[in-house]
Design a protein around this ligand. Structure first.
Ligand code: BES
Ligand code: ZN
Ligand code: ZN
Length: 491
């Protein structure tokens, strides 16, 4: 999509479709023609600017426009960046439904709402770009077509001042769209060998160095935990390593993403209802890979490494069993208490490998790790676990800015008790079913020694059962915008 800032005289411009966000209790536009129009419109008593209200006027008199769509924002003191994102996404969905190719949107006047101009414009543009994403690869007939062009109308000086913003937003949102596509893709088309190749082909497009470790290499290196999880599937496990290394970078940050292309639970087979949507168990890997591809285009001055352990967790005669004891890359032995707690097994091999090989100062992993985290925080908020206050706070702040919300959770050392095994160094399964998101995070913590580390459990927000303003049902791409923002805070 072409996204651009523009300036126009509303009174005389001939615009096919104009979208105007309207606040319920305050003027947020200064253009006289618009104000006069809104005044007449509100008199009809069918539209008051409340949140989610929408009304379309065709060929309004006094304006050279085919249609004007008013979108309600609600009360002034409740309007934040997310209100704008959602409104913009909703407007895009409406225009797609009307089979339009383009529209103009009138941005609220600067200072008319409590947001800095670049934040306000970014939120509007994010809503537009993200709302324009459709996942229709598997439909024979594409009933909906994404928009081709959206112009955001701002005051003349801003077209220059914020001229670079549209491209940045488009790049980041393209990253989110890429992650969404991968997550929504059916599991028969993204088995580990395939998913690894999909990542490589996208990375090549932005000239990002990427390497796939084969099963033989992983065996030689001693990725015992990862291989144990992959043992049941006909599709062999992979580890994808991506590296973004600009000249002059001083810090190294590493990302690890859980890439289970389908989580059946393994021999501890999940009940039918829990198998729904388990194609989304690679959302961490999708977000991390898409974030690296995005960073390669944004070019921040920081060295970023990513490791993506990719497996399919299946039951079969060659699958790992509960009771098996395996040797992880770190050297620690692990008793498999439950084959459905597979994410932590593949993550610790990737994390220990990254720490030993690249010695990053900071390590962040993203994983759809536990149902318990969804119980704790619901479907929209991710859990953040870290002993490092600065890192945890940076992640929470990035979450607030991007609305990929993150909530810090505790890492109580005494809960480690629950991971004791009678026969191995550690068990992958807590001895009680309570606090499962915490015991999972504590398990991971045992395998990171050198770097400061944070774990983000995205089991809730990675996938949407129901579509929303700027995200259809399916993969949400959660984590891409979060990590891109985080990198800026850490560089
Ligand atoms: N992939 C699941 C976690 C999950 C659940 C993600 C729901 C998204 C939605 C993970 O591998 C898993 O099965 N975790 C178990 C751990 C338990 C066996 C210790 C869980 O959460 O029940
Ligand atoms: Zn599982
Ligand atoms: Zn899983």
């Amino acid at each position: 999509m072409v996204l651009a800032l523009a300036c126009a005289d509303i009174g005389t411009a001939s615009i096919e479709t104009l979208v105007v966000p309207v606040c319920a209790d305050k003027r947020i536009h200064t253009d006289r023609t618009i104000l006069a129009f809104l005044q007449t419109a509100k008199k009809l008593n069918e539209f008051s600017g409340e949140k989610n209200e929408e009304i379309i006027f065709y060929k309004p008199s006094g304006l050279k426009m085919k249609r004007v769509i008013l979108e309600g924002l609600g009360k002034h003191d409740r309007i934040d960046a997310e209100t704008l994102r959602a409104m913009a996404g909703k407007a895009v969905k409406r225009c797609i439904q009307l089979k339009l190719e383009a529209f103009h949107m009138m941005a609220p006047a600067f200072q008319s709402i409590k947001l800095d101009p670049p934040l306000m414009l970014s939120a509007l543009m994010e809503g537009i770009c993200l709302g324009n994403h459709l996942f229709d690869k598997y439909l024979e007939e594409k009933k909906q077509k994404p928009l081709k062009t959206v112009r955001l109308l701002v005051e003349a000086a801003a077209v220059q001042t914020y001229g670079r913003l549209p491209q940045r937003i488009e790049t980041v949102c393209a990253g989110t769209a890429l992650a969404r596509d991968w997550v929504s893709m059916p599991p028969n088309d993204k088995r580990p060998e395939q998913f690894a190749r999909l990542i490589v082909s996208q990375a090549r497009k932005v000239k990002l160095p990427v390497r796939i470790l084969s099963e033989a290499e992983m065996r030689r290196k001693g990725f015992g935990a990862l291989l144990a999880v992959g043992a049941g599937s006909r599709s062999r496990p992979r580890m994808v390593i991506m590296e973004y290394k600009p000249n002059g970078a001083r810090k190294t940050i590493a990302f690890v993403g859980k890439g289970v292309t389908f989580d059946s639970g393994g021999i501890n087979l999940k009940p039918s209802a829990s198998l729904d949507d388990m194609k989304m168990d690679m959302s961490g890997a999708a977000a991390v890979a898409a974030a690296l591809i995005t960073l390669a285009r944004l070019k921040p001055k920081i060295h970023v490494i990513a490791a993506l352990p990719i497996v399919e967790n299946m039951p079969s005669g060659s699958a790992s069993r509960p009771g098996d004891i395996i040797k992880s890359y770190s050297g620690k032995t692990i008793e498999i208490g439950n084959t459905d707690a597979e994410g932590r097994l593949i993550l610790v091999d990737a994390m220990a490998y990254i720490c030993r090989t690249y010695k990053p100062q900071t390590l962040v992993d993203l994983a759809t790790l536990t149902g318990a985290c969804v119980v704790a925080l619901g479907e929209k908020i991710a859990g953040v676990f870290s002993e490092d206050d600065d890192l945890a706070e940076a992640i929470v702040a990035s979450g607030q800015k991007t609305h990929e919300r993150c909530w810090r959770m505790p890492l109580p050392q005494d809960y480690k008790e629950q991971l004791k095994s009678d026969f191995a160094d550690i068990s992958n399964m807590g001895s009680t079913r309570w606090g499962g998101a915490i015991t999972a995070a504590l398990f991971l913590s045992e395998f990171v020694k050198e770097a400061r580390w944070a774990h983000i459990d995205i089991a809730g927000p990675a996938y949407a059962k129901k579509g929303e303003a700027y995200c259809d049902a399916g993969g949400t791409g959660f984590g891409v915008r979060l990590l891109c923002d985080l990198v800026d805070r850490l560089k």
